[in-house]
Design a binder for this molecule. Structure first.
Ligand SMILES: NC(=O)c1ccc[n+]([C@@H]2O[C@H](COP(=O)([O-])OP(=O)(O)OC[C@H]3O[C@@H](n4cnc5c(N)ncnc54)[C@H](OP(=O)(O)O)[C@@H]3O)[C@@H](O)[C@H]2O)c1
Length: 313
């Protein structure tokens, strides 16, 4: 088997001397759209964006939309022809099926290998190797292992908890003067603002250096993980607004995880994830982030930008 380091190449120009061709898988998602916006502004790459739906060429951004389905290997062979770099933030566990995260990722890795892709930037999750009981975390680790085994040069960008979500329940609660905490107020874990994560993923795709290849890069804040009480305190201070913290105790997740599984795999997955958070191991180690992407933002900076985006300040 070819070892990844034997074929790792810096991403500069493509084989024809043209800008490298980057395929973004998951480009229509909440995070995916932000990665796409970053890639579209980068003149050193030519971007195509994959979706299962038909979309027109976007003349304003020069983004070419291609049709592909992670569950359909033949469609992946088609969209990967001539691609230098693949970036994937796609997932199915939240809205459809976790099979996308297992079989779909396997199909993508196999197709990337067949196509001779020069770099695979994969959005993974911090500490996923320690979370075998959390199905969607485990799926990330399985995919990482498949990519390494395939010999395709890789960059794993590992995200912690998103501060912002597509339905921003934290912002909604804060508007009502509340902060809902999972489990307890004191256990710390790491966070990221998706604007920052998206910029990091795009930068991993276009970084011309060879040093970034075959690296696993945790993303987080410069001042480390935060407890939910600390998070609430920073928000409260920035907004100059008192927040009452409402905590759902760990016992609720412990007692409900298995019964919930009877009618919701996603509910079970999320409860297992919260129970993993309790261990205090969902913590980013940001030295490689700072090496490759520059100084990590502080919690105050990220939270201030999040608050502004949600018209909280
Ligand atoms: N939320 C968190 O706190 C957190 C923390 C760490 C990491 N993450 C990771 O962050 C990512 C979230 O990304 P997001 O917000 O952009 O996701 P999203 O809004 O749920 O969008 C899902 C994307 O996946 C694509 N997709 C789903 N099934 C597909 C299939 N069979 N074939 C091709 N594409 C498929 C969809 O494309 P089409 O529907 O257009 O085909 C869409 O672009 C996930 O990888 C998640 O695991 C989340």
């Amino acid at each position: 088997m070819t070892k990844p380091q034997d074929i790792a190449q810096p991403v500069g120009k493509g084989q024809s001397g043209e800008p490298k061709k980057v395929l973004l898988v998951g480009a229509t998602g909440f995070l995916g759209a932000k990665i796409l916006a970053n890639l579209a502004q980068d003149t050193s790459v030519k971007v195509s964006a994959m979706s299962r739906k038909d979309r027109p060429f976007d003349a304003a951004t020069c983004v070419e939309w291609v049709r592909g389905d992670l569950m359909d290997p033949a469609s992946l062979d088609k969209v990967l022809a001539g691609v230098d770099v693949v970036v994937s933030s796609a997932n199915g566990y939240m809205k459809e099926s976790i099979e996308t995260d297992f079989q779909g990722n396997r199909n993508l890795v196999d197709a990337a290998k067949r196509a001779g892709v020069g770099r695979f930037v994969f959005l993974s999750i911090v500490a996923c190797e320690k979370a075998v009981d959390v199905p969607h975390f485990h799926a990330k680790k399985v995919a990482e292992d498949l990519i390494v085994e395939s010999g395709v040069p890789y960059i794993f960008v590992r995200a912690p908890a998103f501060l912002d979500q597509s339905a921003d329940y934290v912002a909604d609660a804060v508007k009502a003067g509340r902060f809902y905490a999972v489990g307890d107020k004191t256990t710390r874990w790491s966070y990221v603002l998706t604007d920052d994560l998206a910029a990091n993923l795009a930068s991993a795709a276009s970084n011309p250096g060879a040093e970034i290849v075959n690296q696993t890069i945790d993303i987080g804040w410069r001042d480390g993980p935060k407890s939910q009480e600390e998070l609430a305190r920073i928000i409260s201070h920035l907004l100059n607004k008192p927040l009452s913290i409402w905590t759902v105790p760990w016992i609720v997740f412990r007692l409900l995880a298995r019964p919930v599984r009877l009618f919701s795999e996603l509910g079970f997955d999320l409860m297992q994830m919260f129970l993993f958070f309790r261990k205090g191991e969902f913590v980013s180690e940001i030295s490689r982030q700072e090496q490759f992407f520059g100084p990590a933002p502080t919690s105050r900076d990220a939270i201030a930008r999040w608050a502004k985006a949600n018209s909280l300040i």
